[in-house]
Design a protein around this ligand. Structure first.
Ligand SMILES: [Fe+2]
Ligand SMILES: [Fe+2]
Length: 154
């Protein structure tokens, strides 16, 4: 799962925690799954409460659909924990996969708008995210022209 950065540190920190929890949930054995899902649920309660609070305090225009999505995910998490307590590990692992698939879209479409909104309010500017190149992204095509320096050194 590739980390998602939105450029507003308080959101990015919480998202990194969530991604780490999802990674550990995916690697859980059945005997660990209930404990891990309880941690995921606790995280989601706090994660969503913080975002909902920012949206409410700042009159964020698109708060309704964003908060509704949070509510639906939380309701599912409660039901899934109940099912895993009854031994339905398949439902628990299915929920983890569903969260892994759901989160990038939620972050891209809803949390990113909140990150921009919060950055503009706090810093008066849009967030900037700088991604370091991975080795596979480094240019190795020698057919491309070499960069030319047009400046002069006195
Ligand atoms: Fe979020
Ligand atoms: Fe969110």
């Amino acid at each position: 799962m590739k980390s998602i950065l939105l450029g507003y540190a308080p959101i990015d920190v919480v998202h990194a925690e969530f991604e780490e929890l999802l990674r550990s949930a995916k690697e859980s054995e059945e005997s660990q799954l209930l404990g891990t899902l309880r941690k995921v649920h606790k995280h989601l309660v706090e994660h969503f409460a913080q975002e909902d609070k920012w949206m409410q305090e700042t009159d964020f225009p698109a708060a309704g659909c964003h908060m509704d999505e949070h509510s639906r995910v939380l309701a599912s998490a409660v039901q899934v924990v109940e099912q895993v307590q009854l031994g339905r590990f398949d439902i628990g692992f299915g929920f983890v996969d569903a969260l892994v698939n759901w989160f990038p879209g939620h972050a891209d479409y809803l949390d990113s708008a909140l990150a921009v909104w919060m950055c503009k309010r706090r810093f008066g500017a849009r967030p900037v995210v700088v991604h370091p190149r991975t080795p596979s992204e480094t240019r190795q095509d020698s057919s491309l022209p070499a960069p030319v320096c047009t400046g002069q050194i006195a």
